[in-house]
Design a protein around this ligand. Structure first.
Ligand code: LLP
Length: 433
């Protein structure tokens, strides 16, 4: 976690004090430290390189995306992973270079595929045989060229600290590489069309992974597999995309590897395997999401009421599960502080709870904080990934605003939703059947 500056007990983010941010932008507020974002993007850009092959870092939009984020990624020449027409639309509206967009997903609709083809999306990651048939037919009909990666389920499952090499044949994503006939059929289909160009394979083994040996095992498996395709079927694979999933620090217990270390480890393993199997790979890609945005993001809430029950001291905030579903959904852990009392002794244990009508709307259990009062500011660290992107209007809460801060300046990059915004879709129209 980054060490933040404090002045007079007030937390600063990007040189801006949190009370000023809260007063000017309202709460709850997502705040991104732009310099930290840039450092992370730059680290990926400069460390994920090799003399032996081209490289591309593809940002996973799902972690957090908006125009300002895409503008930044454009500057650094990143690729972009999208998984829906909505993410694709945003990329297009942000003038993101379409040839650097990778369209993922296990059930892309016909409309989404048509949109991707007509916008000139560079690569479609094909998930299975039915999708492949449809894509080939559509590309032929629309006379649109597109690169294709086939998503493989490599039988390696990684969950945080552990990884297991499984024979899991039942993931909803991809084709297991044991189903060689299906992979050959997919390759055959793609080759039949002059519009679809098979570039290689894509894999993604999970999220919040700390043990880099999981990627070593993955790289070994994939390289062995493409070696076999080459020697047995004369199929030359040119690109491999190893997905994302690199762990971040949510609490002091998390010990992620640095971005530099992650990149070095993957690059060196790829180089060794390529030499070992005498392969001719053109390009290696990775797709980080969380590790770029999580630790650059904060949520600032205003403390409302406090309530003591026989065994707990509740501290209520003006957001909760609507802006951070990760705690209720995954038991995610976060750390927090009272942003306006950074210099006070943390003398009391609180249960930080949101305002939604659900008992599970608890953000942090057992948070040691200074004595709190209504009007204090609670900051939750590391909320930059899958917070805003998974936010909902549960209980008709307005989605928070998102601010980028840098060098003592702040700008709003996503406006706070208003009740009027929520009413926008309300209607009473007769349907023509
Ligand atoms: N590539 C693919 C194909 C993915 O499915 C994902 C994440 C990524 C890249 C980026 O993974 P990352 O580097 O962000 O871990 N909502 C969950 C995370 C779901 C991740 C889904 N796929 C959470 O809040 O923890």
């Amino acid at each position: 976690m980054m060490e933040n500056m404090t002045t007079g007990g007030m937390l600063e983010i990007g040189g801006v004090s949190s009370d000023k941010l809260a007063a000017a932008c309202g709460t709850p507020l997502f705040v991104y430290d732009e310099a930290e974002l840039e450092r992370r993007v730059q680290d990926y850009k400069s460390c994920f390189r090799s003399e032996l092959f081209k490289t591309e870092v593809i940002y996973a939009s799902k972690a957090f995306v908006c125009k300002a984020m895409l503008d930044k990624l454009k500057q650094y020449g990143f690729g972009l992973d999208v998984v829906s027409g909505g993410e694709l639309h945003l990329a297009n509206q942000s003038d993101f270079p379409m040839e650097q967009v990778y369209f993922h997903g296990n059930n892309k609709t016909e409309d989404e595929l048509a949109m991707a083809l007509s916008l000139g999306c560079g690569t479609i990651v094909v998930d299975g045989i039915m999708e492949c048939r449809r894509l080939v037919a559509m590309a032929n009909r629309m006379e649109k060229e597109v690169g294709v990666l086939i998503r493989i389920n490599p039988g390696i499952e990684a969950h945080t600290h552990k990884y297991i090499v499984t024979g899991d044949l039942d993931s909803k994503f991809g084709v297991t590489f044991r189903e060689e006939e299906i992979i050959l059929e997919l390759i055959g289909l793609l080759r039949e069309s002059k519009y679809t160009k098979l570039n290689g394979f894509h894999v993604h083994i999970g999220s919040q992974i700390f043990d880099l040996r999981a990627y070593d095992a993955l790289i070994e498996r994939m390289m062995k597999f493409i070696k076999k395709l080459k020697s047995k079927h004369m199929i030359e694979v040119r690109q491999l995309d190893f997905g994302g999933g690199f762990g971040v620090r949510y609490t002091a217990e998390d010990e992620p590897s640095s971005i530099r270390k992650v990149c070095k480890s993957i690059i060196e393993k790829c180089e060794a395997e390529i030499r070992n199997h005498e392969l001719q790979l053109e390009k290696i890609m990775i797709e980080p999401g969380r590790s770029i945005v999580a630790e650059a993001g904060y949520t600032i809430y205003r403390v409302g009421f406090l309530k003591d029950t026989p065994n707990k001291s509740y501290l209520f905030i003006d957001g909760g599960m609507a802006d951070n579903i990760r705690v209720a959904l995954y038991d995610a852990r976060y750390e927090c502080d009272l942003a306006n009392k950074m210099d006070r002794e943390k003398s009391k244990k609180y249960t930080v709870a949101g305002k939604c009508c659900e008992s599970g709307d608890i953000l942090i259990e057992g948070a040691m904080l200074p004595q709190a009062e209504p009007g204090d500011l609670l900051v939750v660290y590391g909320t930059g990934a899958y917070g805003y992107s998974m936010a909902s209007n549960y209980n008709r809460l307005n989605k928070p605003a998102v601010a980028f801060v840098k060098d003592g300046k702040a700008r709003i990059v996503i406006r706070r939703e208003s009740y009027a915004d929520q009413m926008r879709l309300e209607t009473n129209e007769e349907v023509n059947l």
